[in-house]
Each structure stands twice: as C-alpha cells, then as structure tokens.
Ligand binder design. Structure first.
Ligand SMILES: C[S@@+](CC[C@H](N)C(=O)[O-])C[C@H]1O[C@@H](n2cnc3c(N)ncnc32)[C@H](O)[C@@H]1O
Length: 263
C-alpha cells in the first residue's frame, strides 16, 4: 500500500480496529479516523481486543455502527476532510435469517451485493468523505482468489461514473505489525493468501499512477473479465469462452449491468 504521512486517512469496516491501530502505531499519519460496521458492544463480544482502547488513548476518532452505504449512520464524521479512504478486505455480512435474506438479496445474488457495497463505498467516498482539494484517493484491498476475484474490481465498480481506476499494488501485511485480517462475522483470521490494493481517484493521472500495476488482460487475445490469456491460438480462446468459469463470469457481468442500469 502506498501512503504518505501527510495524508488524512479514513478507514472503513475495520472489523476489530487492528488495521487502524497498526496504522496509528507504526505510521502516525497526520490525521486518522477509524470506522467499524458493528456497534461497539458487538465488536467487543466478537474480538475482545485492546485496539479500541489504544486508539482512544491516542485520541483517534473511532465511529461504530458505521455503514458506508447509509448516511444516517455517519454521526460525527467530518465530511470532505480526508485524502484517502481505505476499505480492507470488504465483504457483505452474512444474513442472520431468511427474512433478512429475502429483504436484501431476493432479486439479486451475493456477487452483485458485494459489488454494490464497493460501488457505494467509492461513490460516497468521493461525494462525501474526501476533500476536493486533497489527494482524492480510494483504496480497496482484496484477495485475488474466488469469490473476490469474481467481483471484477478493476473494471466493474466505477462503471458509468467520473471515477478513474488507477491500478493496483501488492499488499504487504508485514508493513502493518499487529494487523489481523478478520473474517466478516467470526473471530477468525482470513486465510493468509496474497492481497492486492486497488486504487481509484477523480484524477485520471494521479502522481501515484506510475508506481501501480495496470490491467494486464486487455486486448483481443485476452479475456478481461476472467483475467485470462494471452491465448496462444484461436482454439484456446474458444475453449476458454465455452468454459464453466467464463460462462459464470458472463452471468455475473450481466447481472451487474442490470443492477447499474436499474440505478
Ligand atoms: C472480511 S471482513 C474484514 C474486516 C477488516 N476490514 C479486516 O481487514 O480485518 C469485512 C468487513 O466489512 C465490513 N462491512 C460489510 N458491510 C459494510 C458496510 N456496509 N459498511 C461498512 N463496513 C462494512 C464488515 O463489518 C467486516 O468487518
């Protein structure tokens, strides 16, 4: 992850606050606000750690019950005052019961729900959280394995907006001592597979751009949505296009386009 000590940072969905605590302890940015989706009581019950106490002692603003999609939950957050908004390993929470599932996901699928969360994260960050005169950056760190890679993070989330995808960089957890990547609902660490931090801005060419990996899967000889190729022959390409993996990705993309066009 590329960060500058002069930046004002907002973290989103920081399950147990270990990422924000690590940032504060080992990086000491100019300003930091941390936010957690769960209320304090639930976070304490799930993790029972001391990261919140540490942030409190450091006088870091920490907001609980903070849903990035719902303005009404943002409480005392000072809007338009950040340089970068970071969402580490996002994932929609599991439904508690069938009624909740019916209310949120009946006409959708879990792939669309995750993309919807991340699109909303980008839209709200640029509209409400980031300072127009600041760095204007949004970071999402995710894993390059199923189901996360099926969200088509680099291309799908900012479709039909004025937001630009800048590129990505490998996430090095060793730079964040004490950070425990959490499972969405349980007191478990997520398996330690490689993470990648994806970056967006309203500026098409940001000063960060030259340090980032660009989309390598574009052009006739590749399949961008599956991140496959280059195909060595036309036959290879056709075999890929007939594969279960590709057909499933096509379904996801179609469902997502329907979702975007609906809104
Ligand atoms: C896999 S966990 C990762 C937790 C933490 N960011 C980490 O890196 O360990 C996914 C997190 O996304 C949060 N989340 C899901 N939906 C959210 C929303 N609408 N607003 C804010 N956070 C959300 C969950 O509460 C959960 O903490």
């Amino acid at each position: 992850m590329i960060l500058d000590k002069e930046w004002r940072i907002l973290t989103i969905g920081d399950g147990d606050l270990s990422f924000s605590a690590s940032l504060q302890k080992h990086f000491s940015p100019r300003a930091l606000t941390a936010s957690v989706y769960d209320p304090l009581s639930i976070m304490t019950r799930k993790y029972n750690d001391t990261f919140y106490q540490y942030l409190k002692n450091e006088k870091i603003q920490t907001l609980f019950d903070f849903n990035v999609c719902d303005k009404k939950t943002w409480g005392d957050l000072k809007q338009h005052s950040f340089d970068v908004v970071i969402f580490q390993f996002p994932l929609v929470p599991a439904f508690q019961n069938f009624d909740e599932y019916k209310a949120h996901a009946k006409n959708s699928n879990i792939n669309v729900l995750n993309r919807r969360l991340l699109r909303q994260f980008l839209l709200n960050s640029f509209k409400y959280f980031l300072d127009e005169k600041g760095q204007q950056l949004c970071f999402i760190t995710s894993k390059d394995v199923k189901p996360y890679r099926q969200w088509n993070i680099e291309s799908a989330l900012h479709m039909h907006t004025n937001i630009h995808y800048l590129g990505s960089i490998a996430f090095d957890i060793n730079k964040f001592p004490g950070y425990k990547i959490r499972n969405v609902d349980r007191d478990k660490h997520v398996r330690d597979t490689r993470g990648e931090t994806y970056m967006w801005s309203l500026q098409k060419k940001h000063t960060l751009s030259s340090q980032l990996h660009k989309l390598p899967y574009h052009g006739e000889n590749f399949c961008a949505i599956c991140r496959a190729g280059p195909f060595s022959t036309e036959n290879d390409k056709q075999v890929h296009q007939a594969s279960k993996k590709h057909l499933q990705m096509l379904d996801f993309e179609q469902a997502w386009l329907k979702e975007i066009n609906k809104n």
